[in-house]
Design a protein around this ligand. Structure first.
Ligand code: MF3
Ligand code: CO
Length: 249
């Protein structure tokens, strides 16, 4: 069953979404050559703590970081550590917070002085894919209309979508029903209703769609080691229309 939130619950989700977006924006501004991914994690941890919230990721199935930092061929779930960010890196940040009982989940990809035009285009198309997905998050549509919008946007631009990891319902818990694949034919799955809340998160690859998980049990990388981007918003169907919850103001 997909959980439908009340108006009060949607207000609370707005607050957690806003906080998640503010912290993501702060950490994104701190991504520069020379910073380690652990320093980014420590910054996020401090900001989350100072807000009276907690990381929705830390300890989740044993995840050891407060945020995920995935560089270049890393797709998602990169564990912060001693890795130093270099000029030309593609740095995906994924930040989820639990605040007053509700989770806000969002991600963005920062291009650190990237000059390769294909990488710049990959990131632009990734953002377009998320925007296309959000446009389909409205009452009357079906769940797979979201999936299809992502796939069409990515593949018509010559990129591939990751199939092994998906978007999800979000609310009191980080992962609620349903799973939301970033591919598939339109017009399938449950009908979307007012009060549903989703984390939509396309992951686009420059090369092949296939991914593998490194020996640390978490870090997901592209099989061909070509770059990947990740953009995520938490979204609500308020009055049936899509409202982005993870906005910083
Ligand atoms: N945004 C990702 C997701 O919703 C982040 C999960 S990281 C984890 O799946 F550590 F919490 F698993
Ligand atoms: Co998510």
């Amino acid at each position: 069953m997909i959980i439908v939130k009340t108006a009060q619950e949607l207000d609370a989700m707005r607050a957690s979404g806003k906080l998640a977006a503010q912290i993501l924006a702060s950490v994104a501004r701190s991504v520069r050559p020379g910073v380690t991914t652990r320093e980014l994690d420590e910054l996020a941890d401090r900001l989350i703590m100072a807000s009276g919230a907690k990381s929705a990721f830390y300890g989740y199935r044993g995840y050891p970081g407060h945020i995920c930092v995935s560089v270049n061929e890393e797709v998602v779930h990169g564990i912060p550590g001693p890795r130093v960010v270099q000029l030309g890196d593609v740095v995906s940040l994924d930040i989820g917070v639990e605040y007053h009982g509700f989770v806000g989940d969002n991600a963005t990809t920062v291009l650190v002085g990237v000059t390769n035009p294909e990488v710049v285009r990959l990131a632009a198309v990734g953002q377009q894919a998320l925007a296309a997905a959000m446009q389909m998050a409205r009452a009357g549509r079906r769940l797979s209309d979201i999936s299809h919008a992502v796939q069409r946007t990515a593949e018509s631009a010559g990129f591939s979508v990751v199939r092994d990891f998906v978007g999800h319902g979000v609310g009191r818990r980080l992962h609620e029903d349903p799973q939301i694949p970033n591919f598939g034919p339109p017009g399938h799955g449950p009908k979307l209703k007012p009060g549903m809340t989703f984390a939509l998160e396309p992951m686009l690859n420059m090369g092949v769609a296939e991914v593998e998980v490194l020996g640390d049990g978490w870090t997901v990388v592209t099989r061909d080691r070509k770059p990947s981007v990740h953009f995520e918003h938490s979204v609500a169907l308020r009055d049936g229309e899509p409202v982005v919850l993870t906005v910083a103001e």
